[in-house]
Design a protein around this ligand. Structure first.
Ligand SMILES: CC1=C(CCC(=O)O)c2cc3nc(cc4[nH]c(cc5[nH]c(cc1n2)c(C)c5CCC(=O)O)c(CCC(=O)O)c4C)C(CCC(=O)O)=C3C
Ligand SMILES: [Fe+2]
Length: 401
């Protein structure tokens, strides 16, 4: 059976044209220039009050039959903050910042915002855009790396949004490339880490007493192996882990080249926020487990860099600022959690660069990227970031097999 992975179908059965250009394995796919008429910022969504918490968690876990009693365990983290995740506020700010930067550059596209798991839902946003006459949307998801959860699932959400609204033949949604190694995304992390290391040095700590932990969301190892295009063969942890390692290494190299105090310190990639049944393997080691081991390795301080996240949402506020900092306290370590990109001006400018690059179909050689893995490609290949746990769902913004 051939599975048509190319996304929503037009009424006459043809795939929506994505105007892609096939290229050799490993080389970026680059689309042709397109007249996009609006931008779509796609977020995760989060609850905005105690009464939203359970319905939100049911949305996140939909189709997996997780009982409310289990969800209440996760709900505790949200309830601790009044049932409010800061993530929607961050995305409102990011939407406004992208729009302001676009206007500054003379780009007049409206910038819409829609979420996967909470209002404003992507379905409603897409409908609103179409009613305003905007049918060629260029999307950017608040997720920088490749994996089912951070790439393909957004593409499935786009497909569902146009299918559920009956707009499959009318609205086209393309998505900019994964941006883990674009300079504007990396810079805020590098600046934050430089400051943390300066602080440790000022306290008299030597580089060999400091460990940098780049922290990202754990995912099932099966998802990690299938992250990115299968033909790249990026080894254990797939594209997901490889991209994080490459960016972490790049940040350290950058700080060393700039001669920052303390940048000779050791570093590693760690994972956080695992869920799922204990029988299912997820990426390890866990950030708190590693923190507990550091004193025995001669460490006196730890800098935790939330490399997998764009803003200070619940994973950062709870799993790092509460749990990881508590683990560091118990281990007797000095600890700092460095900032996320948020609406750092370099990050916002970097996102608008990505939108412009895609509108103009800039050639790969001129696309900013800081690691050998980049520039990532515009259009996902068949099988990219697939999820065998959930089975097939159509996805937008992919190449036709
Ligand atoms: C890779 C990745 C990112 C980063 C990329 C991206 O940003 O998209 C991310 C972000 C986020 N994850 C978030 C929240 C949750 N993630 C969950 C569950 C899961 N996440 C997963 C992965 C990721 N998640 C996975 C493999 C699962 C298991 C279930 C499944 O296979 O899909 C659950 C369910 C409960 C639980 O299982 O713990 C919740 C509540 C929030 C919102 C925070 C807020 O509200 O402030 C954000 C930004
Ligand atoms: Fe993908």
């Amino acid at each position: 059976m051939t599975v048509d992975d190319s996304g929503p179908q037009t009424p006459d059965g043809d795939a929506v044209p994505f105007a892609t250009e096939a290229s050799a394995a490993g080389a970026p796919h680059v689309s042709s220039p397109q007249e996009y008429d609006a931008i779509l910022l796609a977020g995760f969504g989060g609850p905005e009050g105690q009464e939203d918490v359970l319905p939100f968690l049911r949305n996140v876990t939909r189709g997996r039959g997780i009982p409310d009693e289990r969800l209440e365990e996760v709900a505790v983290h949200y309830r601790h903050f009044g049932g409010v995740s800061p993530i929607n506020g961050h995305n409102r700010q990011l939407r406004a910042a992208i729009e302001a930067e676009m206007r500054h550059r003379g780009l007049q596209h409206p910038v819409y915002w829609g979420n996967r798991n909470w209002t404003p839902y992507l379905e409603d946003t897409v409908k609103e855009a179409a009613e305003a006459g905007h049918t060629r949307l260029l999307a950017v998801a608040t997720s920088a790396y490749s994996s089912y959860s951070s790439c393909r699932q957004y593409r499935e959400d786009f497909a569902r949004a146009v299918l559920d609204t009956g707009l499959a033949g009318t609205v086209q949604i393309d998505k900019v490339r994964q941006f883990f190694d674009v300079p504007g995304f990396v810079r805020p992390f590098a600046e934050g880490l430089a400051e943390a290391l300066r602080g440790f040095a000022a306290e008299g700590l030597a580089p060999e007493e400091i460990r940098v932990l780049f922290a990202t969301h754990s995912i099932p190892t099966g998802d990690a192996e299938r992250s990115g295009p299968q033909e790249l063969g990026l080894g254990e942890g797939g594209a997901y882990a490889a991209q994080h390692r490459a960016v972490g290494g790049q940040i350290i190299e950058q700080l060393r080249a700039e001669g920052h105090a303390g940048a000779q310190t050791g570093w590693e990639l760690v994972y956080q926020s695992r869920s799922g049944p204990p029988s299912q393997p997820w990426l390890e080691p866990d950030v708190c487990d590693r923190i507990a081991e550091l004193p025995a390795e001669g460490m006196k301080a730890v800098a935790v860099v939330p490399l997998g996240f764009l803003s200070d949402h619940m994973e950062v506020l709870w799993d790092l600022d509460e749990e990881a900092m508590e683990a560091a306290g118990e281990a007797g370590l000095r600890a700092v959690r460095t900032p996320t990109p948020g609406v750092h001006e370099a990050f916002v400018a970097g996102l608008v660069d990505l939108l412009e690059e895609r509108m103009q179909a800039v050639e790969p050689e001129r696309r900013p990227h800081l690691t050998d893995l980049g520039p990532w490609y515009d259009v996902c290949r068949p099988g990219c970031c697939e999820n065998v746990r959930r089975g097939f769902s159509p996805a937008a913004a992919g190449v036709k097999p």
